[in-house]
Design a protein around this ligand. Structure first.
Ligand SMILES: *Cc1c(COP(=O)(O)O)cnc(C)c1O
Length: 338
């Protein structure tokens, strides 16, 4: 059997999650009548102490809807150069919102208040109007790196001072909360909008939630419909989300431990040039031999392990719910033979 570390999106619902899905009460959500979706949205909002939430089919949609809510065409979004919103959402910032982007060179996906301050355009007709700051926690390209909370507070101050909206792409925020012992509420108090994914580390088949004020979520409902994301009896998938929020957050510690164990095995290898610090469930490493990532990935595949070459010399492994301790042991044994 293949052990799949390509992404934490590859998980399949557990039997208990499937049972919760089968039993879900449903209705037409475009009419606001799906009890399971309504329950999921209010559960997530209350976990973060935020006013409201809206369930969407993907994290790309929750991010893009948020950017649309916060900006007008010609406005500028400030984010790290490796951000998912910029790199992996099909140019959606331009396509959906007509906004421009100022990219910052952060440390493993994390930017500082100083960098943001320096990136804000003056109020000048020649320049795009700086409107939104978007952070990513944990950072995907940063190898699951977590923000320092003090820095987030400093960035919040810069946003307040310059009247910038403050968005969090929290696709893997759950991993950061568990790794750094932080609470959802402290994030809810700090950001204007938060996107959280259910289909990554929490093991759901589908779904993300955008959280914010009632006013923001009211606008978001309109944009979700325009983007084609209004679903009908989607309570069946929302029920997986409710189940995951109740049962799959604390267990992320296990994934983080597994990631460290695998990283320890990788760190002893001859072919390793650099291993990014492993803070959560993502392992990224650079190989000594330039361009050899596809070959290493092929060697791993031959031995039953799936990984992902994210660059010619860079490999990524992501640990998740469907990776058992026995699989980790097997992986470590295989890595030690390479
Ligand atoms: C996966 C991911 C998303 C959303 O991806 P979808 O596949 O559209 O759900 C957003 N941000 C980050 C950082 C991600 O890793």
């Amino acid at each position: 059997m293949l052990i799949d570390y390509r992404s934490d999106t590859v998980t399949r619902p557990t039997p208990a999650m499937l049972e919760a899905m089968m039993k879900a009460p449903v209705g037409d959500d475009v009419f606001g009548e799906d009890p399971s979706i309504n329950q999921l949205e209010s559960l997530a909002a209350s976990m973060f102490g935020m006013e409201a939430g809206i369930f969407c089919p993907s994290g790309t949609m929750t991010n893009q809807v948020a950017i649309k809510c916060h900006t007008q065409p010609g406005d500028e979004v400030i984010c790290d150069e490796s951000s998912h919103i910029y790199q992996y959402e099909g140019g959606g910032i331009a396509f959906n919102s007509g906004a421009s982007v100022k990219l910052l060179h952060g440390d493993r996906g994390r930017v500082t208040a100083e960098q943001i301050k320096a990136a804000i355009n003056p109020d000048d007709v020649h320049r795009a109007a700086s409107k939104l700051v978007s952070l990513e926690n944990t950072s995907n390209r940063g190898g699951g790196s977590c923000y320092n909370w003090e820095e987030i507070l400093k960035i919040r101050e810069v946003c307040r001072e310059h009247k910038l909206a403050f968005h969090l792409d929290g696709a893997r925020l759950w991993n950061a909360l568990v790794a750094k012992n932080e609470t959802a509420k402290q994030y809810g108090e700090t950001f204007d909008s938060i996107s959280i994914c259910l289909s990554k580390s929490l093991g759901c088949p589908v779904g993300s939630i955008l959280l914010g004020t009632k006013e923001l979520v009211r606008k978001a409902r309109r944009y979700r419909k325009v983007f084609g994301g209004g679903m009908r009896q989607a309570g069946f998938i929302a029920a997986a989300g409710i189940y995951a929020l109740e049962h799959h957050i604390n267990r992320l510690k296990e994934d983080h431990l597994h990631a460290k164990q695998i990283a320890d095995a990788i760190s002893t290898r001859q072919w390793l040039k650099e291993l990014l610090p492993v803070e959560t469930n993502i392992i990224i490493f650079e190989l000594k031999e330039a361009g050899s990532a596809p070959q290493l990935v092929a060697n791993l595949k031959e031995k039953g392990i799936l990984a992902y070459a994210i660059a010619p010399s860079r490999v990524r492994l992501v640990v998740h719910l469907d990776i058992s301790p026995a699989m980790v042991e097997r992986t470590i044994n295989i890595i030690s033979t390479l």
